[in-house]
Design a protein around this ligand. Structure first.
Ligand code: FCA
Length: 334
């Protein structure tokens, strides 16, 4: 009797093992699906990240689901639809970094892995959510390089700091934005620009009309001695609108040095023969898009967790002189 019961339970155990291995082999065969959610899909920066994440998906053999998430509501419903589609994780640049806790709660509920790109999540106390893997720009250092490039060009044009002023369009709500403009101001001061020649103007929106408005409100405060202008901001759009504002105020291209960050969003402008928009600091959107998608794929398929913090500090100044060659080098020229 005992013996028979023993055999029966052995059989049951064997059946259970088969069932488990069957279900795990089914799981292993599940297609890997990864979401890539971005706050401003209209920005070439994000389109570039998408394009290179797509390349990773082809190389590795997973499905990439690209979703534009311009606001909080769209972000949360995008996470639901990813889960419904059988995704296992997503990379995201959120429309607002304070959505971090809500995004993580929803992801957890749906058993989705999360990597933040470009804009780092903050919690309810405004502190970075350091547990969420993040990959982004070494913002202060990149800003310093932007400021140093502005000062170098001013020197090349023999500008005197006496009649040179800077308008810096700020977006301090976003850490990566604040650090970039802090870095550029630091470099301008180190190059000798007097503190009281630097005007700050807060952006309401991160687009060209937004930076035009913010620069306009600074221009009216300039003293009449202001002959030459430097225009700064956290990315290309926040400088492009500023340059448009200087044109409308009657400044000639030779008297304006605008240098942005991103590079991708300044291509159309650099194709113009001349303007006050001198150039842009080009980081590595191609690597950011590819690498975050790849890290997510590894995490899902091998369990290898991505590093909690990866900073990208390499940038190249692109101007009308070299932008085609520099973009070609990294496969961004078409
Ligand atoms: C932020 C900006 C983007 C880009 C990115 C690296 O998200 O809004 O334009 O500069 O950081």
């Amino acid at each position: 009797m005992n013996h028979r019961r023993g055999i029966r339970s052995l059989c049951r155990a064997a059946l259970a093992v088969t069932a488990v291995s069957l279900s795990s082999s089914l799981l292993a065969a599940d297609p890997v699906k990864i979401g890539f959610l971005v706050k401003q899909a209209e920005e070439p920066w994000f389109q570039t990240e998408w394009a290179f994440a797509e390349k990773a998906s082809k190389d590795k053999g997973f499905e990439l689901i690209k979703i534009a998430v311009p606001d909080g509501e769209k972000t949360l419903s995008a996470i639901d639809s990813l889960a419904a589609n059988g995704a296992q994780g997503f990379v995201i640049c959120p429309p607002d970094v304070s959505l971090g806790p809500a995004i993580m709660a929803k992801a957890k509920l749906n058993d989705l892995k999360v990597i933040a790109v470009d804009d780092r999540f903050v919690d309810a106390n405004g502190k970075f959510m350091e547990d969420v893997p993040y990959l982004g720009m070494a913002a202060f250092e990149v800003g310093q390089k932007q400021g140093a490039a502005m000062a170098a060009e001013a020197k090349k044009r023999n500008w005197d700091w006496k009649d040179t002023y800077a308008v810096i369009n700020t977006f301090n709500e976003l850490d990566t934005g604040k650090k970039r403009t802090d870095g550029s101001v630091d470099a301008l001061k180190k190059a000798g620009m007097p503190q009281d020649h630097i005007l700050f103007s807060a952006l309401k929106t991160l687009d060209v009309p937004g930076s035009m408005d913010s620069t306009n409100s600074a221009l009216v405060k300039l003293p009449s001695a202001a002959k030459n202008l430097i225009i700064g901001g956290m990315n290309d759009n926040t400088v492009l609108g500023g340059v448009r504002a200087t044109e409308a105020a009657g400044f000639k291209a030779d008297n304006v040095i605008g240098i942005g960050i991103n590079g991708t969003d300044a291509i159309g402008e650099l194709k113009k023969p001349n303007s006050g928009f001198f150039g842009s600091m080009l980081p590595s959107p191609h690597i950011e898009g590819y690498k975050t998608a790849e890290m997510m794929y590894e995490w899902i398929t091998t369990g290898k967790e991505p590093p909690k913090y990866t900073a990208m500090d390499e940038v190249t100044l692109i101007t009308r002189e070299n932008f085609k060659q520099e973009l070609e080098k990294i496969g961004l020229w078409n």
